[in-house]
Design a protein around this ligand. Sequence first.
Ligand code: AMP
Ligand code: GLY
Length: 421
Amino acid sequence: MRVLIVGSGGREHALAASIAASPHCLEVHAAPGNPGISMIAKCHPVVADDIEGLVALSRDLAVDLVVIGPEVPLVLGLADELRHIGIATFGPGAAAAKMEGSKAFTKQLLDAAGVDTAESYTVTDFAGAKLAIGALGGACVVKADGLAAGKGVIVCDDATEAERAAEELLGGSLGSAGSVLVIEERMEGPEVSVLALCDGEAAVPLPSARDYKRIGEGGTGPNTGGMGAISPAPGVSDEQAQQIVDTVHKPILMELTRRGIRFNGCLYAGLMLTETGPRVLEFNVRFGDPETQAVLPRLGEDLLPWLMACAKGQLEERPLKTYGGSAVAIVLASRGYPEASESGNPISGLADASIMRDTAIFQAGTAIAHGKVVTAGGRVLAVVARGADADGARAAAYAAADKVSFNGMQRRDDIGSDSQG
Ligand code: AMP
Ligand code: GLY
């Protein structure tokens, strides 16, 4: 098979590594890819939001499968365009990608499918926001409806804070993403990401994961794209992940089908494990980043046939074989991240880290300058290691991460522990 992977992050590097290792894979291409991906795939300079360019590239390369990593091309309808010209595609069409593009749409879908989630109100003006905040008792979560790169969710302790958040978002602090708000009940509990491979009807759980979203240890400081991940999520058994897929993912697929929408791809449910059971926080319509970097190294079988089965609507509902134990992914980020980020700093120790046993390095924000790998973005790379259990994986991942350094490097030292995400 010839496969094209769309995207340029650590998630896409992990996908490329799994796909390149498949005996069914003849060629791996990436658009645009990154220096890490270029070691295992042919990279093409077409960016992930250039839908026309990606369609033309897929056609020119005569690929058998396109795997779409990031949400932006999904929201822009890349999967629809590719399927339209007969190319098997892993990734949902624009109608389903709305789950990631609009929180109000998702809440409505959750209610229609009867899936447990926080009580919420969708509002478009400050008077409505005030009423919603009052009805929820003050402590609540104020969310911009649209895509806001992790900045659109404000968890508030009281009504004053919530009203201020609503006022700022409605006032345009995040542009049009905040012209509609979802204001919801504040829930408590540990979080888990349950990703499932889906073919429109069938769904098969991937190993569960937890990501660590805040920049600082103990879950402090601003939200980021994710500073690390562990799989499985501590305390979440494979049976529980299966139960979540049966009670969350499958009803959502059914509700989408009822609306004439087929979901062929990875449906990512972010859940809070509350006292009354798992409740949905959000959906993503793609693999998580950095969850994927911790999840894929745990698979004990070839991923590529599963991706193709999802694309073709032929997914077999049986559990994926996995290695026991755990995997931990530690993100190394640039100085200034998440507000800004430095670029161009040479990265040392990559070769030393990558020869360690059961360890992988997945690059994200890197570039080549004067023949050397340098930093080129906020999240630079993830160091991943497997171990017999969470402690073993964490120790191995930090031992490998300790070998890598660059000027201004930031990382959290509590990835994989029970500390707050
Ligand atoms: P979201 O983008 O909706 O997943 O929100 C980002 C983060 O905000 C989540 O990972 C949670 O930590 C937090 N969050 C979102 N919704 C709620 C909620 N209803 N109750 C408590 N925390 C929440
Ligand atoms: N790790 C969160 C995300 O992929 O959206």
